[in-house]
Design a binder for this molecule. Structure first.
Ligand SMILES: Nc1ncnc2c1ncn2[C@@H]1O[C@H](COP(=O)(O)OP(=O)(O)OP(=O)(O)O)[C@@H](O)[C@H]1O
Ligand SMILES: [Mg+2]
Length: 271
């Protein structure tokens, strides 16, 4: 049986859209008929878990047969021995992935800080997606940029962590982690700054090895359906008419899913 594709949403900065993109990817894959596993590695905050609980309530109250993923919420080990806690966290991730191995795709939402659970998921990722907001503050999460000329100084702690996980992954099963950086909450405001961030990201993508996604705009539809557990992809089934902005939001999601799979068609360097 084919292994599920593991897609991890990660960065080490809060509030950039990891949970939002996770939920929308979960529903995108469900909508295209895939069997989906979802993992909330951020059980303390539990955004993805609550999103899905809200969805279950909507299914119960509306009677609509909306598709649901097979969901797991992970709590970090409370063992006071640091080394032991780390081992337990790695074991929990391995067990969880095994429990979801009948899925076509697994989407994991990780917290905005470094934990061993999050690291364990990063090292198992086939695709890592890092949403960032379009500013130099968020860019700092990937790389140190300085001065008027926005000179790139060195990779950040997170970029180094991804590098480490890529090495571990290559050693373990010769697999590779396809890293996609996705600009999120794009607006028309501050167009110059946006251009500059884009320029630095382009330069950076070659240097630290990620692909730059087209990104998601700032859209009400990406946030307003949390309490009902729905997404823009569920509107027709719920009998809600589509607006132009909804179609644009769907297109952004479709572009991301196409990008996730575009690497698969390329021959590997050794073949
Ligand atoms: N494209 C978007 N358009 C509008 N609102 C958005 C968009 N993406 C995210 N948001 C909103 O931004 C906020 C932060 O998003 P989210 O919770 O997904 O971030 P996160 O990276 O998971 O945060 P944390 O690190 O705290 O887990 C939420 O209120 C969410 O609704
Ligand atoms: Mg989150």
């Amino acid at each position: 049986m084919a292994q599920p594709k593991i897609i991890v949403l990660g960065n080490e900065k809060g509030g950039t859209g990891k949970s939002t993109v996770s939920m929308h990817l979960v529903v995108s894959y469900l909508a295209s008929g895939h069997k989906v596993g979802s993992i909330d590695v951020d059980a303390r905050q539990g955004t993805l878990t609550r999103y899905l609980e809200n969805r279950s309530k909507t299914i119960a109250s509306s009677g609509k047969a909306l598709p649901m993923p097979k969901h797991r919420s992970l709590h970090t080990s409370k063992n006071t021995d640091h080394g032991q806690a780390e081992k337990e966290d790695y074991a929990l991730v391995a067990e969880t992935l095994q429990a979801l191995e009948d899925c076509d795709v697994i989407i994991a939402d990780t917290p905005g800080n470094n934990t061993s659970l999050s690291e364990a998921l990063h090292t198992r990722a086939d695709t890592l997606i890092t949403p960032i907001n379009d500013s130099f503050i968020d860019l700092d999460m990937l790389v140190r940029v300085e001065g008027e000329a926005h000179e790139i100084l060195r990779p950040s702690v997170y970029a180094e962590m991804v590098w480490e996980q890529r090495k571990k992954r290559a050693l373990r099963d010769r697999g590779s982690i396809d890293w996609i950086v996705l600009r999120n909450r794009l607006t028309m405001i501050n167009a110059h700054n946006k251009g500059e961030v884009g320029r630095v990201l382009q330069a950076l993508s070659k240097r630290i090895g990620f692909r730059l996604g087209e990104g998601f705009c700032e859209r009400v539809i990406f946030k307003e359906l949390f309490l009902s557990g729905l997404t823009v992809l569920d509107l027709e089934q719920m009998g809600t008419p589509l607006k132009i902005s909804h179609i644009a939001a769907r297109q952004e999601l479709k572009t991301l899913v196409t990008m996730i799979h575009s690497e698969e068609k390329k021959p590997s360097p050794s073949s």
